[in-house]
Ligand binder design. Structure first.
Ligand SMILES: [Zn+2]
Length: 172
């Protein structure tokens, strides 16, 4: 466990992380507990208390991450390093399912992290469902989606077929 992290470092990390969990992207204002300072490489595995090894994580992600540094990609069975929220971009490794309920790994690192951190656990799914009802989710600026305005003439056929016309992918 951490020996001591100065308050100014914690505050800086919180700002760098945008007050969101680096893994499931939950925002501080949407969760009741304080987002926690996460050791990207756990101290028990040789990670330091230095700022470059710190990020923000929600209680659930921190709990599920535990002492893990690697995970197994469910598709290939390969053991890979977990996502590093400080060095890697979330949107390059994950995306939201179309309904916003689930985080989907784009490649091995993302897929392994989804499994290792249980990013689609039952509580997360339950809470996201409510966020969607409240209009807070899926996020407009996290991940790969951008909200686009509704067409002046809604495509009734598209609606009838259940085609989602409200969201489009950002150009990467
Ligand atoms: Zn989280």
């Amino acid at each position: 466990m951490s020996v001591y992290i100065p308050d100014d470092v914690k505050e800086r990390v919180r700002q760098q992380a945008g007050n969101r969990c680096g893994y499931c992207r939950s925002r501080q204002e949407y969760v009741l507990g304080f987002l926690e300072i996460d050791h990207i490489i756990p101290t028990a595995r040789g990670g330091s208390d230095g700022e470059d090894n710190l990020w923000l994580a929600c209680r659930l992600c921190n709990h599920y991450k535990g002492m893990q540094t690697h995970g197994r990609d469910p598709l290939t069975g390969r053991r890979v390093r977990l996502f590093n929220p400080r060095k890697q971009r979330w949107s390059q490794h994950f995306r939201w399912s179309e309904d916003g309920l689930y985080i989907v790994g784009r490649a091995a690192c993302g897929r392994a992290t989804v499994v290792a951190l249980n990013l689609n656990n039952l509580i997360a799914e339950m809470v996201r469902r409510k966020w969607i009802e409240a209009g807070w989710h899926p996020p407009k600026d996290w991940g790969n989606m951008t909200r686009v305005s509704l067409p002046a003439q809604p495509d009734r056929l598209a609606f009838a077929r259940g085609v989602r016309v409200f969201w489009r992918r950002n150009e990467v």
